[in-house]
Design a binder for this molecule. Sequence first.
Ligand SMILES: [Zn+2]
Length: 279
Amino acid sequence: MPLVSGLDVINDCTSRGLVAGAFNTTNIETTMGIIAAVERTNVPTFIQVAPTNVALSGYEYIYDMVSRRLADTNVPVALHLDHGKTLESVEGALAAEFTSIMIDASEEPYEENLRISQIARELTPGSLALEAELGSIGGKEDDHGPEQELSTNPSQVADFVGAVRPDMLAVSVGNVHGFAPDARIDFDLLAQVRDASAVPLVIHGGSGLPVEQLGRLSEFNVVKVNVASDLRNAMIKTFGEAYVANPNEVSLIRVSKDAVAAITDVVERRIHMLNPRIS
Ligand SMILES: [Zn+2]
């Protein structure tokens, strides 16, 4: 089926009590691995790419690759701009027909975050989903490197959501980007944010969180959880192990297929961790 709007993924998941994974792609192998897992689990999903990755491939290439690969599937998938830090990146993704957009001005002071996010709302058609971020998620992965961490202030949430009118809100409640084995969700804070937000929430940093925490997020109106580092490591590890096993290895196809299988396993496991009630 064609790409669907991010709104369809949000609505489908909230009505069925599901949490959508949001998996970052970079190349065809990652895309194939993600979509194979989506087909196995039948859970609506976001496939996403950050502007730094676009420097490698361009928005149009990502759109063509993902939409072509999805043609034979029956599971709703949206193509999402991850961490659009500038309005130019929002415009670039929209021009390439992405179906879901994140504006991330969370490192700016509150009023500036509000102003930039409002412009992104004006740029993004109401038929597409918009994610904004309040509070700043710490940690570092290759796509973005802010070291600053600032928890979401629950007292700002209602005002921000009311003024920006995003369709989902990324929050900083103990989650950290990248491999962060000590990261833990502060569920008391998450509950305060949930109670103040008129829209569902997004948790970034899904690779670092323990299984038992991932399985509770649906109780807190979380609709989307971002996972990137796990997938990338699965691919790099596959190639690294193949080279160590045989420095003269030249079967790129075989190793690439192994990488697709490794990524599929990671994505499938994450979807089940997020949705422990599905079989
Ligand atoms: Zn993120």
